[in-house]
Design a protein around this ligand. Structure first.
Ligand SMILES: [Zn+2]
Length: 264
């Protein structure tokens, strides 16, 4: 079988285990059915997720121009506390920013090899956790907009990690147990005073079951360093495809790359 298209982040469906679908220009390829199969990837071009041009991807699927101009690549995507749509203040495009920011957000704890704190739109639960490769997640606050969630995150990340260490995430085996409820109780006092009313106290831990078992050796490659790659697909965690010999590729960081995929 051969496919060709623009990479977007993998879609997923919660289950035991999680089901993954590679998204190539809208064609969804069921990846769980490809475990044990030989995949041949070849980088053949680019297609910016915003303008569609064959320009080198700069970050997050955007060409350089779109990364610095599109409201979908604004600073508030990575730093929710900079959000200003709730004040009616435009950064790049107020209508788009209102749509993204003025909706319920969740502040959560996730275990990705470390306990980290994060923010996501409520509609992105549990997708966000699957994308990060979190084996456990726990919502700890629900806010009305992105800014309010960002304020809580800023305070909590003084005490907890806020970035995923991809190597630790991939090394984490199924055996590790971590009590996020205990963490939630420990950090309850760290909430900013004006944010305490957003706290959630009775949520349950969500456990995520990835089609993955950690190998002893973990190396990652990109299509920049290896424009052509061939390997047997063994598992998936987060947005990482795991091939025999411990080779990993982060699908999400290749959004906007156009590839040919051969499956045999
Ligand atoms: Zn572009």
């Amino acid at each position: 079988m051969q496919f060709k298209g623009q990479i977007l982040k993998m879609s997923s469906v919660l289950g035991n285990p999680i089901n993954y679908y590679l998204n190539l220009s809208g064609d969804l390829i069921s990846m769980n059915q490809l475990f044990g199969k030989n995949l041949h990837l070849k980088h053949v071009g680019y297609q910016c997720v915003n303008c569609g041009k064959d320009e080198k991807i700069y970050r997050m699927g955007f060409c350089k121009k779109c990364f610095f101009e599109s409201p979908y690549a604004s600073d508030t995507i990575l730093k929710p506390e900079l959000s200003t749509a709730h004040l009616g203040i435009e950064e790049r495009d107020l209508e788009v920013e209102k749509e993204i920011q003025l909706q319920p957000h969740i502040v959560y704890l996730a275990y990705t090899g470390d306990v980290k704190v994060g923010v996501t739109r409520e509609t992105q639960v549990p997708t966000r956790w699957i994308d990060q490769g979190a084996t456990f997640a726990l919502p700890i606050a629900r806010t009305e907009n992105r800014y309010e969630a960002g304020v809580i995150e800023v305070e909590l990340k003084k005490h907890l990690a806020d970035k995923t260490n991809w190597r630790k995430m991939l090394q984490d085996d199924r055996e590790s147990e971590v009590d996020l409820l205990d963490f939630r109780n420990q950090i309850a006092d760290l909430f900013p005073k004006d944010s305490k009313n957003f706290a959630l106290a009775s949520e349950e831990i969500v456990k995520l079951d990835f089609p993955y078992e950690a190998p002893t050796k973990i190396t990652s490659f990109t299509l920049d360093t290896k424009p052509e790659f061939e390997g047997v697909l063994k598992g998936i965690k987060g947005q990482y495809l795991y091939f025999n010999d411990g080779d990993f590729i982060n699908v999400r960081s290749h959004e906007g790359y156009v590839i040919e995929l051969d499956i045999s």
